[in-house]
Design a protein around this ligand. Structure first.
Ligand code: ZN
Length: 338
């Protein structure tokens, strides 16, 4: 039998080294959490931390320097000086965009990731203006489809913006995101650009198509991808018909998009409600005007039967509307990556 002490010592050394690397990696990711857009800069001749930061668009400050040193400590000479031609990581920049449409509590949106940069989304909540859509009752109150679809759509829009997506909200209200259970109905929704929503259904849909298609043409050259997402909460003839989140499409590409969304919903339901059967369907609805006439690849998402008592919980709990929005965005990211 051969005694190979040398390899064993080497192995021990390797193990220690690996542990050290892992420790460094963990420390690193603690900073990386708030720093989503990693950027780096290489030190030029005679440059100090202040001038390197200034050259990269920062306003240097004591706290920024401290942050810089803690990220780059191992690459600094004497813990304070830059080394020529060495590349340093720049401190994370938190980018906040203001979108008043989300309401006072939600208008400041932190851009957390660049995942959906140059991806364009047209978000349409069904009905609105003079048309409340399907209605149901719960606890003596009337539930109007347009309000719940709108709130879920806004949450979806906000989560998309966090991923750096370009988002157009086609139906607009002045209510913002509402963290309340029952959303009172109103009729003051407008189309993007403060255009009134017509009483006539066909005119209404035609206006939406025109707005979307004009923007689509404008973005066509530069967008990596364009999608139209329409959100509904319909009613069935029977109050006892429970419906899971369904996806309607009108083209092959729309089918693929629906598939990415359905897969995400299946996975998420399995994660948060193990044992629950998710039966959401993908349905060919090539006859639907909005799906047929809009140029972006499109999907119509039906969230629930507004008359079904169990389904109503899915839309009246605002936490559930938030979850639905987050799952939709997860699905859209999966779609964008495929
Ligand atoms: Zn509807």
């Amino acid at each position: 039998m051969r005694t190979d002490t040398a390899p064993r010592i080497l192995f021990k050394k390797m193990k220690a080294l690996l542990t050290a690397i892992l420790l460094v990696a963990t420390t690193f990711s603690a900073y990386a959490q708030s720093d989503t857009e990693h950027s780096f800069a290489t030190a030029q001749k005679g440059e100090g931390i202040y001038s390197l930061l200034r050259r990269n668009g920062y306003t240097p400050s004591a706290s920024l320097t401290r942050q810089f040193k803690s990220i780059n400590g191992d690459r600094l000479a004497h813990g304070t000086e830059l080394k020529l031609n060495v590349t340093y990581q720049l401190p994370g920049r938190i980018r906040i965009e203001r979108h008043p449409i989300f309401g006072a509590a939600y208008q400041n949106v932190e851009i957390k990731h660049t995942t959906l940069k140059n991806h364009v989304y047209y978000l349409v909540s069904g009905h609105g203006g003079p048309d409340p859509g399907a209605q149901g009752t719960r606890a003596g109150r009337t539930l109007s489809e347009d309000e719940y679809a709108y709130d879920t759509m806004l949450r979806t829009a906000r989560a998309l913006i966090e991923q750096s997506a370009t988002v157009y909200i086609i139906v607009q209200d002045n209510d913002g995101i509402r963290d309340i259970q029952f959303l009172p109905g109103d009729k003051d929704e407008k189309h993007l650009g403060n255009r009134p929503i017509s009483l006539n259904q066909l005119t209404r849909l035609r206006d939406r198509v025109t707005i979307i298609n004009q923007l689509y043409d404008k973005h066509q050259k530069t967008a990596l991808l364009q999608r139209m997402i329409e959100i509904h909460i319909d009613s069935r003839i029977s109050k006892s018909t429970q419906i899971d989140v369904n996806f309607y499409y009108a083209s092959n590409a729309g089918y693929k998009l629906s598939n990415a969304l359905q897969n995400t919903f299946r996975k998420q339901y399995a994660r948060v409600q193990p044992g629950r059967d998710y039966n959401g369907k993908i349905v060919d609805r090539a006859g639907l005007y909005m799906l047929r006439e809009t140029r972006p690849v499109s999907v119509l998402i039906e969230l629930a039967n507004i008359q079904h008592r169990g389904d109503q919980v899915r839309i009246t709990r605002f936490e559930n509307r938030q979850t639905l929005a987050e799952w939709i965005v997860r699905g859209l990211i999966a779609d964008a990556k495929s």
